[in-house]
Design a protein. Structure first.
Length: 94
């Protein structure tokens, strides 16, 4: 089964900027988090400095709002970037 991908456009105070492709709003939010959220050393620190993001599904007026955060963790074998987010809501922009 193939997952339907959607395009989402990041909204910033200066206007709409980058496009992200994802299987749904949360997928897009986590991709955006890697670029927009401030990187922290632990998940607890990252949660305290979470970033609100807004993005619109291409071809619609529906805007999703998420709080996202990003932190780096390392194990013996590698260092990885982790992201998480919480859904705040969605609205139709006029």
């Amino acid at each position: 089964m193939t997952e339907d991908l959607q395009t989402y456009i990041l909204q910033e105070p200066t206007g709409e900027t980058e496009e992200f492709v994802g299987g749904g709003p949360k997928d897009a939010a986590l991709k955006i988090a890697k670029q927009e959220a401030e990187l922290a050393d632990t998940e607890a620190d990252a949660r305290e400095q979470k970033t609100e993001i807004r993005f619109r599904e291409a071809g619609t007026d529906v805007v999703s709002v998420y709080n996202v955060w990003c932190w780096r963790s390392s194990s013996d074998n590698d260092e990885s970037l982790n992201t998480a987010g919480e859904y705040k809501g969605r609205f139709t922009q006029n």
